[in-house]
Write a protein that binds this ligand. Sequence first.
Ligand SMILES: Cc1cc2nc3c(=O)[nH]c(=O)nc-3n(C[C@H](O)[C@H](O)[C@H](O)COP(=O)(O)OP(=O)(O)OC[C@H]3O[C@@H](n4cnc5c(N)ncnc54)[C@H](O)[C@@H]3O)c2cc1C
Length: 339
Amino acid sequence: MHAMHVLVLGAGPTGLGAAMVLAKEGHRVTVVEQDPPPPVGGADRVFADWKRPGVGQFSVAHILLPAGYGRLRHELPDVVDHVLERGGRPHNVIAGALRLMPRGVAEPDDARFATVAARRPVLEAALLAAAEHTEGVTVRRGTRARGLRTEVPSGAGVSHVTGLVLDEGEHLSADLVVAASGRSDLAALFPELGRQPRHIERGWRYYTRHFRSSDDGAAPHMPWPLHHHNSVSIIVVPGDSDTWSVSLVTSDRDQDLRGLAREDVWHRAIALYPGPAPWAKGEQDAAVMRAMGEIGFLLVDPATAMSKPGLTARFTELAAGAPRYAEGPDRGELLAAVG
Ligand SMILES: Cc1cc2nc3c(=O)[nH]c(=O)nc-3n(C[C@H](O)[C@H](O)[C@H](O)COP(=O)(O)OP(=O)(O)OC[C@H]3O[C@@H](n4cnc5c(N)ncnc54)[C@H](O)[C@@H]3O)c2cc1C
């Protein structure tokens, strides 16, 4: 195999994951990232102080879905070790359903719903640590790429991408450039690609607050994580180090609910939902986090759920057994609380 020098644009989960996989295959990889490195310190410091303007959703609720966790455990097990070292918690995404349902029982293959819970900054710090320990990977932070380096090889007739041009004017050459720049629009970033800028339909707006138990630091058992109500969905997910987050998710077009960004309004609103309300009483109440999401939130593949009688039965029982989580205000009451 011909060993290449690969430039990866972006040190998010995709860029770091790609860098490690490529390096393990024998390639030399340089990752270029505009944002600064994480601060030195433990998980709470990383969560509170890591500035990541390049990733709008950095501080909102994230859960590593079981399929992604499975890939990590199989291909990059070091990353999982680094997450656990930083207080990540083994978590099974359907365990909350078992607790809510009086008749549900665990089944042996429920293990496939396993993952590791960690706040997104902590998960990313673990990915970065694993990448920096991987032979062949170099991560350059605080370095913004502003253009592509291109050449027309003799006889080729069309230009080939041969590297990146950095903000400082430095040229980096490579055999391959991997664009892992997330939601930044490649057409706007690299006009030389000749693509039309795309319109990003945002869809969702997350209002997330993070909590920690005041009860000896012991994390309470997680409930079923996702609940749909009139005008909002509510997501309760575990994090590392005995933390969890509660998110009120609205349509991005719902201007009337923008007040949820305020701490007092957020607490007034969550108090209207008897199921998740107790989860909004923690010792630590970090600053409210907002981000707009392009994506929905999917925990289990509905096709799998439907084809597995055990699981389908569980969902049916869940619907019957969790009326408390279904309780909530109508839109008028919610708007009155948001003011
Ligand atoms: C509100 C919300 C909630 C979400 N919840 C979940 C969830 O629960 N579970 C889940 O699995 N996923 C979730 N996601 C999706 C998840 O956040 C993304 O899939 C993930 O961030 C994508 O990683 P990435 O590495 O591709 O891109 P990013 O994380 O966006 O990283 C791209 C990197 O490229 C860098 N970059 C961009 N341009 C340049 C440049 N010119 N020069 C140098 N660096 C550059 C950026 O600074 C950034 O660090 C959520 C997304 C949103 C919006």
